[in-house]
Design a protein around this ligand. Structure first.
Ligand code: AMP
Length: 325
């Protein structure tokens, strides 16, 4: 399994409009609402309908004439995936050119009024905990969305609170910033030179594994789960080595016994030997079922990590009105 690789026929491509100006005549940019990995995101109004949308400007790989077919296929797949209620909906796609003649893709998404990073920050600023039932429904929706994309053979690879969009009123959660990583080459840094966060990155990726799969997203989901409980990131590292050290200090330095094959991974070194701490100490304030689920998400050995589909059946979610999501 790889990023946005197709295991089934993607939806038909959307019509694109050449000429940035013409395409952009359809939308009135209101304000910049964010910066993603691939470019700026604007709140905009669709002139014909008045509908508020999010406009994501994405520069395609340079030296390419027009939109490369791989990118088009990925966008089609993205649109297909965005039919899921827990994936942000791609409404339209417009093609244009910037002043330098580079091809620009405008991805038009449904507008969401906040994201999980801001949501958590709001509680942290007030020194308040997110109510347990809210954490539960957010986690349920996250697992549902992840289960859906994994079910279609797609990895997200960069799940973090920043790209989990939310509707404040309904606490609906939707996964954003999905893929495009094949033909849009995953950058090490954002185009703004802001360094990409490593906090949610799975240990096998940090250790240089080249064959990784869906468990990398589950690790991120586990980190997000812990953050929803404590309002602070569980493993806030600022370099790859530091990130690994953060994980090892809290969960214990892995060895061949807990993770067969770990010492064969490319970036493996002899690390200081830390003993694991209890999740109850690291992430205070969760119930017994919650700890059980969190532990299953933060397993060192990728194959031992719970799948998103299995997570949905975990007793932690027993109280959730599953019909509603
Ligand atoms: P992304 O590139 O998807 O990570 O987006 C970067 C930031 O732009 C997000 O954290 C949001 O603050 C904002 N954003 C992205 N997509 C949307 C959307 N559909 N609605 C509202 N804000 C968005």
């Amino acid at each position: 399994m790889a990023t946005l690789q197709h295991q089934q026929k993607p939806a038909a491509p959307m019509t694109t409009t050449s000429g940035g100006a013409r395409a952009m005549d359809l939308y009135e940019k209101l304000e910049k609402v964010g910066e993603g990995t691939y470019g700026k995101v604007y709140k905009a109004r669709e002139k014909a309908t008045g509908r508020i949308v999010a406009l994501k400007k994405t520069r395609l790989p340079e030296d390419d004439e027009g939109v490369p077919p791989t990118a088009m296929r990925e966008v089609s797949l993205l649109r297909m995936l965005s039919q899921d209620p827990h994936v942000v909906r791609l409404l339209d796609l417009k093609q244009g050119q910037n002043k330098e003649g580079q091809t620009i893709l405008y991805l038009v998404f449904e507008y969401m009024d906040t994201d999980l990073k801001k949501f958590i920050r709001g509680y942290r600023a007030n020194h308040e905990k997110i109510p347990a039932h809210i954490v539960k429904i957010l986690m349920y929706q996250l697992c549902k969305g992840v289960s859906f994309i994994h079910g279609h053979g797609v990895l997200h690879r960069d799940l973090k609170p920043h790209n989990l969009l939310m509707d404040r009123k309904t606490t609906a959660l939707k996964i954003a910033d999905l893929g495009l990583s094949r033909s849009f080459t995953v950058p090490l840094k954002k185009y703004t030179h802001e360094i990409l966060t490593l906090w949610y990155r799975a240990p096998e990726v940090l250790l240089g594994a080249t064959h990784y799969s869906t468990p990398v997203d589950i690790w991120s989901v586990g980190c997000i789960f812990a953050e929803l409980i404590t309002n602070t990131a569980l493993f806030p590292g600022d370099s790859e080595v530091q990130q690994l050290m953060h994980i090892f200090k809290l969960l214990g330095t892995p060895n061949e016994e807990v993770w067969p094959g770990v010492s064969k991974l490319p970036n493996w070194h002899v690390y200081p030997q830390w003993k694991p701490s209890k999740l109850e100490t690291l992430v205070p304030g969760l119930d017994a079922d919650g700890y059980d689920l969190l532990e299953k998400m933060l397993q060192y050995e990728p194959m031992k990590r719970i799948s998103a589909k299995k997570a949905l059946e975990h007793p932690y979610f027993n109280g959730v009105n599953k019909e509603q999501y």
